[in-house]
Ligand binder design. Sequence first.
Ligand code: ADP
Length: 444
Amino acid sequence: MEEKLRILVVDDDEVDRMTVRHVLIKAGVEMELSEVGDGKSAIAFLSHTLYDCVFLDYRLPDQDGLSLLQNLRSSHITVPVIVLTGQEDEQIAVELIKAGAIDYHLPKSRLSSEILVQVLRNAIRVYRAEKQVALVNQQLRQSNELLIRKNQELEAQQQHIELQNLRLIEASRLKSQFLATISHELRTPMNAIIGFSQLLLRPRCGELTHQQRDMVERILNNAKHLLMLLNEVLDFSKLEAGRLDLKPQIFDLSKVVNDTVQEMRSLAEEKNLSLFLQMDLQNPVMFNDPMRIRQILTNLLSNAVKFTESGGIGVELKELSENQVGITVLDTGIGIPSTDLQKIFEAFRQVDQSITRKYSGTGLGLPIIKALVQIMGGNISVESQLGEGSVFRIQLPRHISSLSQQRSDGTSNSHKTSVKKVFWKQRENLRLAQEGVNGKSRER
Ligand code: ADP
């Protein structure tokens, strides 16, 4: 034992105390030894000083070793105690160990330095180990209490979040309901404005002056634009409420695509943009909702016209497999930064969200297209390069009842190519096709 130990010997017999002292010195124990002759003094010493070990005589003048030991433990003095006795008594030994004696030693008559040192070492080791265990236990208890408290806090937070969630769901439901009602209510007067403007423009209603015609045309165009915005809001609120249903029927996809492209031609021409259409469909028959297909294409094309200042716009229709068709809308417009490619499919997201933005719109077109394409079991992706243009690709099942579980994440997996190159290559293909190289393709 290298450290200096504080040892207390409690014995009323001066000779016995001396024996213990000699034996310990002989064994080379580094120590500070104190000696007392009765139980009362022992308690007083132990209350004020921390000892590493106590050698206690079982028979003291004022009390026996067992009651002293019990007194110590009830005062929370946990020093290791080795009891020395004149004779062996098993019953006493059991009582002493129960009361917390570390060791019950053999009779004093047989004390030897080896035995005493061994007992001392064991006593201190056991005591320290017990203390360590008690400390670890206490730490465990504390961490357990902490965990229980944290758990309770988490449960409370979870309940709070669930409540907030319910409130948000309710707020969102009310918002969708409000949007649906208001856009529905606004559509009726808007249709009246459109109808009467169209009537006014008919020669049957009487001749209009050039200025009057110009004004009525502006009313008509603005009303149509407003109606389109209202329809977007209405569709969006229906989609959010899960109430947007398709009306599937058999139809000719080539015809729907062709008609839609022709309707958009004047818009493209107003901006001096070329518009090409390339169709390569063996079988144009499709089972889907033709009005919604038209809506998707109109939306993509009006975006293409809106965001393109020079160059052109193209539409390709082709068979991807027996059960899948692909519609692609290309433009040589301003393009979309790669960081925004994911975001543009989120509701109300626009690349330019400033109030002073150049291009008008609600930011609902692409989310509606994406939702419609997904309801149809298809997939939409986009590839774009800033300043070069964009390519939107849609894959659709020929028959919408065979809904494929494709995921649409708004980005293209295909290898990135120059969008402008793709555009001009498609145009060139088309020109060759017109010259008779490929009889199936044609430009309108
Ligand atoms: P809106 O056109 O009403 O703003 P959309 O949902 O149709 O809303 O499009 C979201 C955004 O995606 C647009 O505001 C625009 O920033 C970007 N975007 C869509 N199509 C194109 C395109 N062809 N070229 C460049 N940017 C586009």
